[in-house]
Design a protein around this ligand. Structure first.
Ligand SMILES: NC(=O)c1ccc[n+]([C@@H]2O[C@H](COP(=O)([O-])OP(=O)(O)OC[C@H]3O[C@@H](n4cnc5c(N)ncnc54)[C@H](OP(=O)(O)O)[C@@H]3O)[C@@H](O)[C@H]2O)c1
Length: 284
C-alpha cells in the first residue's frame, strides 16, 4: 500500500482523489479482478463508462471490496460516462438511471458526457439531462469529457451550470496547455485520459529518462508525477498489480521546474493518439 492520495476540491464542493484508475478496455472477470486489485492497492477513484460495457463489473468489484474491508462507500469515487446515442435530455436521464441500476452502489459519484458529438449537436440537451439526473439523486457530481472551450461556453450559457470536471486526452506528446487554462478559468478540474500516452508512452525520451534516474523512479512514475504537478487528475489503466502500485506511488517526490519544462517541451500539435479531435469526432 502506498501513501495516502491527496485530493482536489471540485467547484461543487465535493472532493476527489488526485489520481484514479482507468478501466477501459477491461471487461468480465479480468475487470472485476483488476478493479479489486486497484482498490486493494489504494486507488479510491475508478473511471468507467457506459460504452466500456463494464459498469456491472466495476460495481461488483467495489461492492466486494466494501463488504470485505468495511471501507465506507463514501471513501470511493466512481465515475461513468453518458454515450453519444443518449444525448436527448430524457434519454440522458434514463441512461444515468440505468448506470445507477447496473452499478448498485447507490448515488453515482460522477457522471460525465463522454464526447460532445458536435455534428449531432445535442450536447446542450445532454447536459440538461445530467442536471436533471443530479436533481433526482442518481448522481452527485456532473461534468464532461472531450469538451472544447467553445462547447463549455455553450452548455454554461444554456443552463447556467458549470461542469465540475472536463476529462480530456492529455499526455506529454499532447499537453493541452490551452485547454487546461480554459478549464481552470471556469474552475473546472482537468482529468487526463491516456495519461501515460498508452501505446506511444514517452518512456525512452531523454527528458523522462533523466528525471527517472535523478529521482530513482520509473519513467511511468515521472509522467504521472508531471501530470499531478500540472494539477491534472491522471487516470492510468493497468491490469498488472505491480504497475498499479507503481502508478499510484507518485506522491513522494517532486520534479524540478527544469524537469517539468523539458517534459512540457515534448508536446506536438499532432500529438493526439488517434484522430480524436472533439470538434469533429463523433462517438455513439
Ligand atoms: N474520456 C475518454 O474519451 C477516454 C478515452 C480513452 C481513455 N479514457 C480513460 O482513461 C484511462 C486510461 O487511458 P488508456 O488506458 O488509454 O491509457 P494509459 O493509461 O495511458 O495506458 C495504459 C497502457 O499502459 C500500460 N501501463 C500501465 N502502467 C504502466 C507502467 N507503469 N509501465 C508500463 N506500462 C504501463 C498498460 O498495460 P497493462 O494494463 O498491461 O499493465 C496499458 O497498456 C482508460 O482506461 C479510460 O478509463 C477515457
Amino acid at each position: 500500500m502506498v501513501d495516502a492520495i491527496p485530493s482536489h476540491t471540485l467547484n461543487d464542493g465535493y472532493s476527489i482523489p488526485a489520481l484514479g484508475f482507468g478501466t477501459y478496455p477491461l471487461k468480465g472477470d479480468e475487470c472485476v479482478t483488476a478493479v479489486r486489485a486497484a482498490l486493494d492497492n489504494g486507488y479510491r477513484l475508478i473511471d468507467s463508462a457506459v460504452n466500456y460495457g463494464n459498469e456491472v463489473e466495476v460495481g461488483e468489484a467495489i461492492r466486494g471490496f466494501i463488504e470485505d474491508t468495511g471501507t465506507p462507500r463514501e471513501d470511493i469515487t466512481v465515475q461513468t460516462k453518458l454515450p453519444g446515442r443518449h444525448h436527448e435530455t430524457d434519454a440522458a436521464v434514463r441512461s444515468i438511471e440505468e448506470s445507477f441500476d447496473k452499478m448498485q452502489l447507490g448515488t453515482l459519484d460522477v457522471v460525465l458526457i463522454h464526447w460532445p458529438n458536435p455534428v449531432t449537436g445535442k450536447f446542450r440537451e445532454a447536459w440538461r439531462g445530467l442536471i436533471e439526473a443530479r436533481k433526482r439523486d442518481y448522481v452527485r457530481t456532473i461534468g464532461v469529457s472531450n469538451f472544447t472551450a467553445d462547447h463549455l461556453t455553450q452548455i454554461v450559457d444554456d443552463s447556467g451550470v458549470t461542469p465540475a470536471i472536463n476529462q480530456i486526452e492529455l499526455h506529454p506528446y499532447f499537453n493541452q496547455e490551452a485547454m487546461r487554462a480554459a478549464n481552470a478559468d471556469r474552475g473546472i478540474l482537468t482529468q487526463s485520459w491516456s495519461p501515460l500516452g498508452k501505446r506511444e508512452a514517452p518512456y525512452s525520451e531523454p527528458a523522462v529518462v533523466a528525471a527517472a534516474r535523478s529521482h530513482g523512479v520509473t519513467p511511468a512514475q515521472v509522467v504521472l508525477r508531471w501530470q499531478v504537478q500540472l494539477g491534472n487528475v491522471p487516470l492510468p489503466k493497468s491490469a498488472t498489480p505491480s504497475r498499479q502500485v507503481e502508478n499510484l506511488d507518485v506522491f513522494g517526490f517532486e520534479l524540478t521546474g527544469i524537469e517539468m519544462g523539458a517534459i512540457n517541451a515534448l508536446t506536438r500539435a499532432d500529438g493526439r493518439l488517434f484522430d480524436g479531435d472533439p470538434t469533429t469526432h463523433e462517438e455513439m
